[in-house]
Design a protein around this ligand. Sequence first.
Ligand SMILES: [Fe+2]
Ligand SMILES: [Fe+2]
Length: 278
Amino acid sequence: MTPEKLVAKDSDIASFPLILDLLIEAINDPRSTIDQMVNIVMYDQDLCNRLIKIVNSPIYNFQEDIDTVEKALNVIGTEQLLSITLGSTVLSKFAGVPEDLITLKTFWHHGIACGLATKSIAKLKNQNNLDIYFVGGMIHDIGSLVIYKHTAEKAKLALIQCNEWGRSLIDAEQDVMGFNHAQVGKALLQKWRLPDWLCQAVAFHHNPHDTKVFEIETAIMHVGDFIAEGSFLGSSGQIQSQILDTKAWGKLNLPNRHLTTIYEDVYEGFEEMVEIFS
Ligand SMILES: [Fe+2]
Ligand SMILES: [Fe+2]
């Protein structure tokens, strides 16, 4: 079995939601207008209802009722639009994941923390596509969900080796299954036709020193994951703490005091994002 074959085996997972595809394309195109975004969102009645409900919730605390998708899109940013769409379209694909390995709630909390950290670092590094960094951080461990769904017993064995024996998760997975969750994540993101830099950053988020391309993007994803683990918000199933690759941190050339800024961004944004998903 290879990561590509594992991903292709599940046609539900392998198909990327069209609406997310269209939204990412529109957000990346500076010529896009709000009307185009509204037209895309209108494809999905459930999503429209969810957006209207969220913008009228106490999170936003607006005085007047927001009753159209257009008004809703004007008040929420593209990052939140993407995360809401991702949550309502991707999460349901993993409904069958055994709960003794991970609950989707804690898994998604870890993803949200990583998305916020990754975006914060990308901003400090003046990167473009901050929304895609956020989404990328949210799904950086999605390969684990594919593994938990389809090879639960082997995944359990790898987690035991990691959490009880102190082995690195990707080494344990490699030995038990012949591949690791980061490679499966890359195979899935490639299938979903997400940008090459994001596929590479996900593929090497545990071992950024092993990539020779997209080194900055991969270092951002690695440090984002390290901070998400360190924030103790949610979990990807791994209890053994993540080790910071100091070379990757060095590559980002950021003063150490920025670590505090990144943690603050994570804690500040977390509750709101969790509310949106609940
Ligand atoms: Fe991971
Ligand atoms: Fe992670």
